[in-house]
Write a protein that binds this ligand. Structure first.
Ligand code: PLP
Length: 384
């Protein structure tokens, strides 16, 4: 069996981080302020500066970041929140946790980002039906590439909707020359270990330019606390980021830009080396991806599954994001209005994510490409 090509290699990254990481962790073990220690403020300042936002608020996960942002807008029963059907479940889950209704929107056939025509259509449908109050849009930077933020902002302000940027996969990416982090009224980040900037457990953050909302998010993450300790101003969450995770993130931020460059180099090598049967990810124009996921598209489900088996046989790890759009998942099916979302309903059968991370060697990339090339040649042979 050839050497495995792992999908993600956190051990290699840890070795590369070396003593910087251990020193950061040791400092926490020494001061013992495990909750709201000094690392939190240091990280928040750094995240805000990096994302170009006035405020960053560390929270316990990307999911809790979304939840707190929706809670701050009093999202609840009778309200519609628009979001792409082709995303991770967390984006929609939080809407239902608050008793509101997720309205699933189709995605663009090339970029897989939220489709603006579909969004306008879904909004018109909801307004016409008159049962739900349109309240917010959650845009998602799928796979690390930016959603069409300028257009989403235009639409949101025209329609009086609160725009949220789910940047769980895209922190570090840029859009029209701007680093992602302040495209929407609130931006949510996830530091789940497999995200481009990941900690060693669960973690997340909210970025915003709005002073009042920043204060509200800080209160919500800590049981709705007021200015005084044990003053309970509102119903909140236990959703703080802990000091050990912040320490990990601070160590990783020192190498984050280099890692993004390496991911970009891997993506370019894949782009250049893939045979014509395997379509590389479409780039969102005028942007740079964080390459959370490098997702190729095959002409059919049969070919996708065949390539996946072939790579697996060669000890190359792959993944499918996402096998099914949310509105076809058992948990959401009954909550969907039955409208067809043709792109979201098809792409899950055709996509395949290849390994991409900062510790992937040129040799490993070459091997992945060689396996794919060989496979494509065999497909050509059988088609003739
Ligand atoms: C990972 C992810 C989340 C949730 O983040 P957690 O930190 O795992 O809670 C939300 N949205 C998207 C698009 C994600 O990829």
């Amino acid at each position: 069996m050839p050497e495995p090509v792992p999908f993600l290699d956190l051990a290699a990254q840890q070795a590369r981080l070396g003593s910087g990481l251990r020193e950061r962790l040791d400092r926490v073990l020494t001061h013992c302020r495990f909750v709201m220690g000094p690392e939190i403020e240091e990280l928040e300042e750094r995240l805000a500066r990096y994302g170009g936002a006035r405020h960053a608020i560390g929270v316990s996960s990307g999911t809790d970041a979304l939840l707190a942002v929706l809670m701050a807008e009093d999202v609840g029963p009778g309200m519609a929140v628009f979001l792409p059907a082709f995303t991770y479940t967390a984006t929609a889950e939080v809407v239902l946790l608050l008793g509101a209704t997720p309205v699933f929107v189709d995605v663009d056939a090339r970029t897989f980002q939220i489709s603006l025509p579909s969004l306008e259509q879904r909004l018109a449908d909801v307004r016409r039906a008159g049962r739900l109050e349109p309240k917010a849009i959650i845009g998602v930077d799928l796979f690390g590439q930016p959603a069409p933020w300028d257009e989403l902002n235009g639409l949101a302000s025209r329609e009086g909707l609160f725009l949220i940027a789910d940047c769980a996969q895209s922190f570090g990416a840029s859009y029209r020359g701007r680093r992602l982090g302040h495209e929407a009224r609130a931006t949510t980040l996830s530091f789940f270990p497999s995200k481009p900037l990941g900690c060693y457990g669960d973690g997340g953050a909210i970025l915003t330019d709005d002073d009042d909302r920043a204060a509200l998010y800080r209160s919500l993450r800590s049981h709705g606390e007021g200015r005084q300790r044990y003053e309970v101003r509102r119903i909140g969450l236990n959703a703080r980021l802990d000091s050990l995770q912040a320490a990990v993130l601070l160590a990783k931020m020192d190498v984050f830009d280099d890692e993004l460059k390496r991911r970009e180099a891997v993506a370019r090598a894949y782009d250049a080396g893939l045979p014509s049967l395997v379509r590389p990810p479409a780039r969102v124009p005028d942007s740079r991806s964080a390459w959370a996921v490098y997702c190729v598209t095959l002409p059919s489900r049969a070919l996708r599954d065949s390539l996946r088996d072939c790579l697996s046989g060669a000890n190359v790890a792959t993944a499918i994001y996402y096998p099914k759009p949310l509105h076809e998942q058992p948990a959401y099916q009954a909550r969907h209005d039955g409208v067809a979302l043709p792109v979201a309903e098809t792409v899950g059968g055709q996509v395949l994510a290849l390994p991409i991370h900062a510790d992937l060697s040129d040799e490993a990339v070459g091997r992945v490409l060689a396996v794919i090339d060989q496979w494509a040649e065999e497909q050509g042979d059988t088609q003739q």
